[in-house]
Design a protein around this ligand. Structure first.
Ligand code: PGA
Length: 253
């Protein structure tokens, strides 16, 4: 079954509210002017503070909006957190979970990501689950062990029916923000492995799960990466902050 390509921009902690609104307006206009872009699903994930304004600006366009994380409790005494239901209320359709920067700097673990994933799914939002190995893990021959552990831990207790809209982003940590991209062969190999693990966990749904590649995706490497059979899209950081670069990546399919 054909999987619709999905290109998402992860803005991280970048852009003011005004800058985000103007970038999404430019993106919406560029997509409307390119009939071929309808073949691709497109989203941007602003900071929490900009999300509502960016979602309002994107209304009626082909650009979906995502959060960059979500707490697992819906409300209560959780200073500094934001919930999946609030993200939905603000206009989000997607939520990135388990990004390596969350794991590295904010203590996210497979167990807490699992709880966040359940909350996101309960709200009917589309989770973009990030997994990926560090350079030391890859060099130490632990690639498959790490990817299996992250997938199993994050998806624990969830049924195929609950994971119907799951998106996975394979992001080798050593390729994020470094300008060092996985080769197309490395990407395809990891994606095929991820799909194999998914097959064991969720059966035939694995053929429909979109697996994005992330890590220094740029206009000049996007086409080759996206031409791989198990690479179904991209999660783009730095290059999603520039309209020309992001639209060029979207067009590279
Ligand atoms: P990058 O980030 O494209 O800037 O490497 C990707 C990501 O962290 O999702």
């Amino acid at each position: 079954m054909a999987r619709k390509r999905f290109i998402a921009g992860n803005w991280k902690l970048n852009l003011t509210i005004d800058e985000g609104v103007s970038l999404v307006q430019g993106l919406a206009k560029a997509l409307a002017a390119d009939p071929k872009s309808a073949q691709v699903e497109v989203a941007v994930c602003p900071t929490f503070l900009a999300l509502h304004a960016v979602a309002q600006a994107a209304k009626g366009s082909a650009v979906g909006i995502g959060g960059q994380n979500a707490y697992f409790e819906e409300k209560g005494a959780f200073t500094g957190e934001s919930s999946a239901s609030l993200l939905k209320n603000a206009g989000a359709k997607y939520v990135i979970l388990g990004h390596s920067e969350r794991r590295q700097f904010f203590g996210d673990t497979d167990a807490t990501i699992n709880r966040r994933l359940k909350a996101v799914i309960a709200q009917g939002l589309v989770p973009i689950l990030c997994i990926g190995e560090t350079l030391a893990e890859r060099d130490g021959g632990k690639l498959e062990e790490v990817l299996s552990r992250q997938l199993q831990g994050s998806l624990d207790g969830l049924t195929a029916a609950q994971l119907e809209h799951l998106v996975v982003a394979y992001e080798p940590v050593w390729a994020i923000g470094t300008g060092r991209t996985a080769t197309t062969a490395q990407a395809q190999e990891a994606h095929a492995f991820v799909r194999g693990v998914l097959r064991k966990l969720v059966g035939e749904l694995a053929e429909r799960v979109r697996i994005q590649y992330g890590g220094s995706v740029k206009p000049d490497n996007a086409f080759e990466l996206l031409s791989q059979p198990d690479v179904d899209g991209a999660l783009v950081g730095g290059a999603s902050l520039k309209l020309a670069d992001f639209t060029a990546i979207i067009a590279a399919h």
